[in-house]
Design a protein around this ligand. Structure first.
Ligand code: C5P
Length: 241
C-alpha cells in the first residue's frame, strides 16, 4: 500500500469567473495542495487568473491539455511556464515530436509537465469510435510510456489505472488522477472513478477533485471530509456536504 501522507489534493476550479475562483481559493487554501485552472476559467479570465492565484501564494496547475503541432505546443508551454504555473498538461497522443518540443520548453524551470493519457470521461467505446482498438488500460500504459520517455514521468490517468501504472513503471512515476468521487458525491460525467481513499491507497501522487468540493454546500467541509477519509481510512457513507 502507498504511503497516504504523500497524496496531494488539487482542487479543480471549474467556475466561470476570477471572482468565484478566488473566493473558493481563499476558503480552501490552507487545506488544498494546489488549484487547477482549466479551459473554462482560462478562456474567460485569461492569464490574469494564473498571475492572481500565484500572487495569493498557492500552487497552480494550468490544465489546458495542449495538443497541436510541436512548435505551437512548445511556445504555449513556454508561455505557461513564464506565467508561473507549477504544473502544465499536454496530451500524450500528440506524439513523440510534440512531447519532445514541450519538454524542451520546461527545461531548467521548476514546472512539472504532465501528460494526459485517456480522459476519465472516456471508456472503451470512446476509444473504439476514434479507431483505437486497445483496451483503456492498454492505451493508458502505451501513452504513459511516452510520458516516461519524453516528459520525465508525469501522467494523468484514472484511478482505475494506478495499479497497472505502478506495476509497469514503478514508484518514480508521478500519477495525477481525476475521476475521484467520494461515496457521498454524484458521478457527473466521469466514467472511470474511484473514491479518494481508494485512489490514495493505490498510490496516486495527486488527486484532482472538482465538483464534489466546489459544488458542495460547504466546500471546506467537503475537502476536510475527504482528507479525513484518506488519513483515517474510514469512510462514512451517510450524508452529503
Ligand atoms: O469535477 P470533477 O472532479 O469531475 O473535475 C475533474 C477535473 O479534472 C476537471 O477539471 C477535468 O477537466 C479534469 N480532468 C479529467 N480527466 C482527465 C484530465 C483532466 O477529468 N483525464
Amino acid at each position: 500500500m502507498h504511503s497516504l501522507t504523500k497524496t496531494k489534493i488539487v482542487v479543480a476550479l471549474d467556475v466561470h469567473t476570477l471572482h468565484d475562483a478566488v473566493r473558493i481559493v481563499e476558503i480552501l487554501r490552507s487545506e488544498a495542495d494546489a488549484f487547477k485552472v482549466g479551459p473554462q476559467l482560462f478562456v474567460r479570465e485569461g492569464p490574469e487568473i494564473v498571475r492572481r492565484l500565484k500572487a495569493i501564494g498557492v500552487q497552480v496547475f494550468l490544465d489546458l491539455k495542449f495538443h497541436d503541432i510541436p512548435n505551437t505546443v512548445a511556445q504555449a508551454v513556454a508561455l505557461a511556464c513564464s506565467l508561473g504555473a507549477d504544473l502544465i498538461t499536454v496530451h500524450l497522443c500528440g506524439g513523440a515530436d510534440m512531447l519532445e518540443a514541450a519538454a524542451q520548453s520546461v527545461k531548467g524551470t521548476s514546472t512539472l509537465l504532465v501528460g494526459v493519457s485517456v480522459l476519465t470521461s472516456c471508456d472503451a467505446n470512446t476509444l473504439a469510435v476514434t479507431g483505437v482498438s486497445s483496451t483503456v488500460e492498454e492505451q493508458v500504459l502505451r501513452l504513459a510510456g511516452l510520458a516516461v520517455q519524453y516528459l520525465g514521468g508525469g501522467v494523468v490517468a484514472s484511478p482505475l489505472e494506478i495499479l497497472p501504472l505502478r506495476n509497469f513503471f514503478g514508484n518514480s512515476l508521478q500519477i495525477v488522477t481525476p475521476g475521484i468521487r467520494p461515496t457521498w458525491a454524484l458521478g457527473d460525467d466521469q466514467k472511470r472513478t474511484l473514491s479518494p481513499l481508494q485512489a490514495a491507497q493505490l498510490g496516486a501522487n495527486w488527486l484532482v477533485i472538482g465538483r464534489p468540493i466546489t459544488t458542495a454546500s460547504s466546500p471546506l467541509e467537503a475537502l476536510l471530509r475527504i482528507k479525513k477519509e484518506i488519513t483515517t481510512g474510514f469512510v462514512s457513507k451517510t450524508g452529503g456536504c
